[in-house]
Design a protein around this ligand. Sequence first.
Ligand SMILES: [Zn+2]
Length: 426
Amino acid sequence: MRFLTAALGFALPFAAAKVSYDGYKAFRIDDQLDYAGVQKALSDISFKSLSVENTRKGIEIAVAPESIKAFEALGLKTHVVHEDLGADIALEGQFKPYRASIKAFGANSSGELPDISYFNSYHELADHHQFLDDISAYLPDNSETFVAGKSVEGRDIKGIHLYGKEGAGKKPAIIWHGNVHAREWITGVTVEYLLYKIAEGYKKTGDESTATTLDNYDFYIIPVVNPDGFVYTTAEDRMWRKNRQVRQGKTCVGTDMNRNWPNQWDIPGGSSPEACSETYRGEAAGDTPEIAALTNHTLKVADAAGIKWYVDWHSYSQLILTPYGYDCNTDPANLDRQLELAGGLAKAIKSVHGVEFVYGPTCKTIYQAAGGSMDWVYDIAEAELAWGIELRPGSDDSNGFVLPPDQIVPSGEEQWAGAKWVFANF
Ligand SMILES: [Zn+2]
């Protein structure tokens, strides 16, 4: 049946999420309230918080249908992110067939590039993994897929290693991680778009700059580093952020993987010790299986030929964030260089669709965040550049984490232009 619907070109139905946001209206609160102040002001309102606790970028909440009138009567300064969050989730969740269509039409049997229509919709985890296999089949002499380790629930943390004419592991590394926060769906597909462009450019005659880049750098790309959380967003709760670790004696599930990296892990104010918090750091530095796998993998890559550029992709709010997150008064030795390149990247991104990205050190630009990936990769794995990039949409736009699929390609196009600028200038 799946085969038949795919062959006819229909969208496959989204596996209905069990947590319903139907009728929920999502707002960004623009008043200068802190998180505790918002919690207090909203004590009689039924809502789900979509922000982390210590944000300086405004607080986003989804208000339950029965509380919308009461919330609006509070007279807070807000703007609407989703008129009906549930309706937008349903639209976004119309996954189009990927592998099914390939089987139907016989494509890729000879290692062709995957169909670009992959980027017309979001996908299930299995399709993300299949996409990596298909890129590897297209570039058999210059790539291999790898598994960095297993998630809490035993899923593969699967990536692809691309290398140039001198073979694997000889050149400085570029490492890209996507979807550490489960609900940030635009990140995995945007990273895959960049992967697609590298693969396409390397084989195409005439794209000298991409060929040179891959001959000079090894790429290690993991589009979904939090597979359990991601699957949970496709099957249970679209707005889930953390991993799915169950801990003894804790009622809440999940650790924020991006507060669990073992470096400056428990700096006060940079994360939460409470298991129910969206920024719960875990009970010990690096005590999630996912971060254990990612630190091992990253150190192995660093030992081979060093790390030139690390990016951990997030959404949303259009930011290019450099170290440090853990402290606002400490700067990396090469901060000026990192900011110069981040500024060039922002300019290159803007040149494509006019979308503005702000750049700066994480703590000073967005919020204090300890135990984050970029600080660890910069300090411990000694990457030259270690960034977090927050993709579309902007913080003043509508949407948020639930970005319509027709923005996948534009997001990919502007990030590809940006990445090419970095390759040419770093
Ligand atoms: Zn994130």
